[in-house]
Design a protein around this ligand. Structure first.
Ligand SMILES: *Cc1c(COP(=O)(O)O)cnc(C)c1O
Length: 220
């Protein structure tokens, strides 16, 4: 058995049935993806539009492709017909473009709103106040071709578990507040990567995005 299928199987026993595993295959080959596919994995995450589109064309059609990276507005059109979930929606203008492109294909594109929870400036996302302002706006109410499924966040890149835990707990409580107050149908909380997914699951994650733990290191 390959180490890729072993990792998939280990992860599937480690995480419970109500946590969804997104296998982050960015920078890895079709061959590597097929090994994970043979082990039963159907959800793959990519961070570059061109790479995801090429893989979509070449690989089995029952794969669900998640866009997990920072998405530029001018590239939404290339993935709008097949993407199954966009994790990193970080601005009203991006969501508006996704809505517009989804309309062309007569579909509703599932999206997660990315929230800035890390200490680093470089991580994209809404802050709490921006999120509430936007969700209460008429702009948002008029978007009929997107479906908000929940939130996504990335913790600070640190060895300090307490910092990571605090950030994930913040996101979880924001998720619950939004569910109670504005978006009763949200059910997805995407948080946790190779280095911090056990903490994320402990804090209530329902979807983990794991790359190097499955496929090994990436060669950029
Ligand atoms: C690359 C990436 C991951 C996976 O990271 P690993 O450390 O390889 O598990 C998860 N989420 C996002 C947004 C990424 O860009």
């Amino acid at each position: 058995m390959s180490s890729i299928s072993q990792s998939i199987e280990q992860l599937q026993t480690e995480i419970s049935d109500n946590v969804t595993l997104v296998a982050v295959s960015k920078f890895h080959s079709n061959q590597a993806i097929l090994e994970a596919y043979e082990a039963g994995q159907r959800i793959f995450g990519e961070s570059k539009v061109q790479e995801m589109t090429a893989k979509y064309k070449e690989l089995p059609k029952d794969i669900q492709w998640h866009m997990i990276g920072h998405l530029q507005r001018n590239k939404v059109k290339y993935i709008a017909d097949f993407v199954s979930l966009i994790h990193g929606v970080d601005s009203p203008r991006l969501l508006k473009e996704i809505n517009k492109q989804a309309q062309k294909y007569h579909r509703k594109i599932p999206c997660l709103l990315q929230v800035h929870i890390a200490q680093e400036d470089s991580k994209f996302g809404f802050d709490k106040e921006e999120l509430y302002d936007f969700l209460n706006s008429t702009d948002f109410c008029q978007m009929e071709n997107i479906s908000i499924k929940g939130l996504m966040g990335m913790a600070t890149n640190t060895d300090n578990k307490e910092v990571i835990k605090k950030e994930f707990n913040f996101l979880k409580s924001l998720f619950l507040d939004l569910k109670n107050e504005l978006l009763p149908n949200i059910n997805t909380l995407s948080m946790g990567m190779s280095s911090d997914y056990p903490i994320a699951i402990g804090c209530g994650s329902t979807m983990v995005r794991i790359g190097s733990r499955i496929f090994g290191n990436r060669n950029y």
